[in-house]
Design a protein around this ligand. Sequence first.
Ligand code: SAM
Ligand code: SF4
Length: 345
Amino acid sequence: MLMQLCFQNVHSFFSALLRWLSMMLSSTLHPLGLISRPKIRTKEQKEGSSAQLTTPSSVNYHFTRQCNYKCGFCFHTAKTSFVLPIEEAKRGLRLLKEAGMEKVNFSGGEPFLHERGSFLGELVRYCKQELQLPSVSIVSNGSLIKESWFQKYGDYLDILAVSCDSFNEDTNKVIGRGQGRKSHLDNLHKVRTWCQDYKVAFKINSVINTYNVDEDMTEQINALNPVRWKVFQCLLIDGENAGENSLREAEKFVISEQQFQDYLDRHQSVECLVPESNQKMRDSYLILDEYMRFLDCREGRKDPSKSILDIGVEEAIKFSGFDEKMFLVRGGKYVWSKEDMKLEW
Ligand SMILES: C[S@@+](CC[C@H](N)C(=O)[O-])C[C@H]1O[C@@H](n2cnc3c(N)ncnc32)[C@H](O)[C@@H]1O
Ligand code: SF4
């Protein structure tokens, strides 16, 4: 009897140890804790090499290319007017969730343009309420957002990023950030207040280029108090804002590494600043276009995969050019759910 009891205890100890070991092996350690890992395997892994597993944990879905602004440096231009039917877009988002997506960011073009924001709102609600994604975010130029949108969909949104490259309205006009006589900065301030009122984390994106490179934005950024301020070095993408068949010629906006560094140095007191050089940007984003094709930017252009709707996520992601290590190095994984941010509303 005593022998049998001892045997059972030893047996259950080793079973628990084995379960723990297998959990550790199928997980990866990072600053947010243990993230359960992938069902997706790269081609190399299938062929038996030791390449890293690829999980689409954070995806940028540019569901429309249409926009009401004409920023001269824009690298995602209105080459088509196609937008998927909403049920297909939802099917794709579900496939991504099943493949490990934790965060989705809706971008464009201008995401609030299509169906006056209701298409976007329905996708935001679907991702939070039905897919239960930890983080749902949007990046917008801020010009078409209405308070009624926040009333209807604000609860489902974790982060809203508004692009602002300058606090000088004339500079915004030269860049092309504007429509008619409307003030880009007035819109920015309005949206910032609604984010506070409707409990959505507020973020700012700025593209540093020849027209704003000498500006000091410290005071205004501190006053707006975003959770994150993404500062991008203006990037050229062949076929989008450079080269033949592109809708923009952004060469005159490009700045050097040194100019970018000087800009960062000038703003080093801003704690929420997150810098993104050209190199960091090119291969550390998973970008889905309007057909739900991954876009590979490694060669300086956007080479599309087939659509995840046709071949599935596992097959399509092999052509995404996504560098998961660079994604982690650039701080792509952060506290991205508003519940986990210690915000004062
Ligand atoms: C393509 S826009 C789409 C969303 C929205 N229309 C906006 O402007 O925020 C997404 C982000 O890319 C940034 N962006 C556009 N062109 C860029 C470029 N050439 N280099 C770096 N960032 C760029 C925008 O400023 C914006 O923050
Ligand atoms: S960067 Fe400017 S032009 Fe391009 S999508 Fe955004 S607002 Fe439109």
